[in-house]
Design a protein around this ligand. Structure first.
Ligand code: THU
Length: 136
C-alpha cells in the first residue's frame, strides 16, 4: 500500500479528534497535554492522550495510547495506520518522539504524520521521520 493522499476534510477531522483528545490528558507533572488521532485503512479514527505517572518514566505518550486503542478494536494482525495527527495544549512544535515513531512504523510503514513543526503544520511520512525503521 502506498501513502494515501488525505482529503482536507480527513486532515481536519484528525486534528479535531486529536484536539478533543488532549482535554482528557493526565499531565500534572509537565502540564503539557497532548492528543493524537489515528486513521486506519478501515477509515476509522481512534484517539489517545498522554498519561503521566509520578514515576516519570512510566508516562505514556498520546500517540502510543491512540495506537493501543486502535489495536483493541481492529486487532494487531490486520490494523494498518494510514495517518496519525498530534496536537498539544501549548500550540508549540511537537512531533512524535523517537519511541512513538518506531511504534507508528510497526503498524504503518506508509503512515502520514501530521504535526505542528517549526514552520507550522506539517504533513510528513513516518519513513521521513524515521529513516531505516527497525523491523523483524
Ligand atoms: N508527549 C506526547 O504525548 N507526545 C509527543 O509527541 C511528545 C511528548 C508527552 C509525554 C509527556 O507526558 C509530555 O508530553 C511531556 O514530555
Amino acid at each position: 500500500m502506498d501513502t494515501v493522499a488525505l482529503t482536507e476534510s480527513q486532515q481536519k477531522q484528525l486534528i479535531e479528534t486529536a484536539s478533543k483528545a488532549l482535554t482528557s490528558a493526565y499531565a500534572p507533572y509537565s502540564q503539557f497535554r497532548v492528543g493524537a488521532a489515528v486513521l486506519t485503512t478501515t477509515g476509522k479514527i481512534f484517539a489517545g492522550c498522554n498519561i503521566e505517572n509520578a514515576s516519570y518514566g512510566l508516562s505514556m505518550c498520546a500517540e502510543r495510547n491512540a495506537i493501543a486503542n486502535a489495536i483493541m478494536v481492529e486487532g494487531s494482525d490486520t490494523i494498518k495506520i494510514t495517518a496519525i495527527a498530534v496536537v498539544n495544549s501549548q500550540n508549540i512544535p511537537c512531533s512524535p518522539c523517537g519511541a512513538c515513531r518506531q511504534v507508528i512504523w510497526e503498524f504503518g510503514q506508509k503512515a502520514q504524520v501530521i504535526f505542528l513543526g517549526s514552520k507550522g503544520w506539517q504533513n510528513s511520512t513516518i519513513g521521513k521521520l524515521l529513516p531505516e525503521g527497525f523491523s523483524l
